[in-house]
Design a binder for this molecule. Structure first.
Ligand code: CA
Length: 439
């Protein structure tokens, strides 16, 4: 475990004077994720989720509550995007986290001045925005069970491509259509060529799917031509979110050979609004599971002992569905998938090092998707392609409805929580989207 990265902000005894934070499933004082919000008095500007409230960084800055490195970091975090804060790196982020934790501490010396300054907004009357301007978005394929399950549909005897265990495979996806949780997901039109049909046609996607992924926010980047070595890769990761890589399977099947997904993915990607920082995640790091016997060891430029010792992330993930009929009946969403980020075959540091290994420059606010995170059990399959075996077997929901793929009006909710003995559990908030009919 990352013992050196544990400090007073992780103290399980620390409580907040924001009462809703204490025992909050997502945002206790030990989490303090960064995001961008608007309140009735304006915005967008940087904030921190605390219980059912949002701490206003700019207001605290104006009240003179920051000094030194925390003040510089707060200035970088008070505008309409957090790119400057991400660029400032882990020392700045950590200084700001420690100061905000002290300001929100129920037993802290700053409690009265923080309350007097009116620094928290009721989250239910705020709007949340994308936390950063995303220059580039890359989607990896690091969930090996997902890769196996998808590959088996086409190559039952040899599901993984020969490069899979050497290369953290990825494709370059579309940044402009990444949207924050809560929006409508318009069913895309595209070229489809179902089996048995001689020629393709163009029309609404029939096999619309979700993908349960971890999002990774890049912090400080690297200069073009200068790779990031493995031992430094973790330091370039600012934090994490939930990511739904909405996928049009029929369009994907037809278009993907030989260059991979394009319009089947670029129509929409959803992310949860809060950047759960690398600091908040520190207690939940675990050793990367040893590779199965017979698997090749990663090449030296993707190997680091320290990363192997603590590069896996023990984060429980879930995807839930609520259909229009469930909504009308007042039923809660039901789980389709429950998996864990430890099921990733590659660590996030290996993704960073691989991405920059050719000299490609990463920039603050770049976004990675981990790839769909599935486990071995069917209950942990991270998308409907796997759950329905490409539409061959429908899943029956508790109210008797069935689904092979998503229908108009269906809502998908992604959630994530991390817990470890001796620490307060934290969550990611929600990544939600509702399918609307094709144009
Ligand atoms: Ca994906």
């Amino acid at each position: 475990m990352a013992g050196m990265n544990i400090d007073e902000t992780h103290d399980p005894a620390r409580q907040s004077w924001v009462a809703s934070a204490n025992g909050h499933p997502d945002f206790p004082i030990q989490n303090l994720p960064f995001g961008v919000f608007s309140a009735q008095d304006g915005g967008p500007r940087g904030g921190v989720a605390i219980g059912d409230a949002i701490f206003d960084i700019a207001a605290a800055l104006e009240a003179g509550l920051f000094t030194g490195p925390a003040r510089e970091a707060a200035e970088a975090a008070s505008g309409r995007t957090l790119n400057q804060l991400l660029a400032a790196g882990s020392a700045a982020r950590r200084a700001l986290r420690r100061r905000i934790s002290a300001l929100l501490d129920a037993g802290g010396r700053e409690k009265d001045s923080a309350i007097a300054a009116g620094l928290v907004n009721d989250a239910s009357v705020c709007d949340l925005h994308l936390p950063a301007r995303i220059g580039d978005y890359t989607d990896f394929f690091a969930g090996i069970s997902h890769a196996m399950n998808g590959g088996k549909l086409n190559r039952p005897d040899n599901p993984l491509m020969p490069n899979y265990k050497y290369v953290p495979v990825a494709y370059h996806s579309r940044a402009s259509s990444v949207r924050v949780s809560g929006g409508e997901i318009r069913r895309p039109n595209g070229q489809r060529k179902p089996a048995g049909q001689d020629d393709p046609d163009f029309g609404p996607c029939r096999n619309l799917d979700y993908e349960l992924e971890l999002g990774i926010w890049v912090g400080d980047g690297n200069r073009l031509g200068e790779p990031i070595p493995m031992r430094e890769a973790t330091g370039h990761i600012a934090g994490f979110c939930l990511l739904n890589d909405w996928s049009a399977r029929d369009i994907q099947t037809w278009e993907s050979a030989p260059l991979g997904p394009f319009l089947a993915k670029s129509f929409s990607t959803s992310v949860s609004p809060w950047i759960v920082t690398a600091e908040a995640i520190a207690p939940f790091r675990k050793p990367q599971a040893p590779r199965p016997a017979g698997d090749p060891r990663p090449l030296p430029h993707l190997w680091d002992d320290a990363d192997q010792a603590e590069g896996a992330l023990d984060i429980d993930l879930s995807a839930l569905i609520r259909t229009p009929a469930m909504r009308d009946a007042g039923l809660a969403p039901v789980a389709l998938t429950q998996s864990n980020a430890r099921d990733l075959y590659w660590t996030v540091a290996q993704m960073v090092a691989h991405h920059a290994s050719n000299g490609c420059n990463l920039n603050p606010g770049d976004l990675f998707g981990s790839g769909t995170i599935s486990g071995v059990e069917p209950s942990s399959f991270g998308c409907l392609l796997e759950i329905s075996r490409a539409g061959q077997q429908a899943v029956t929901l508790p109210n008797g409805e069935t689904r092979r793929y998503l229908e108009d009006g269906d809502e998908i909710f992604l959630r994530a929580h991390a817990s470890a003995p001796g620490f307060v559990s934290i969550g990611f908030g929600e990544c939600r989207g509702r399918v609307s009919p094709a144009l």
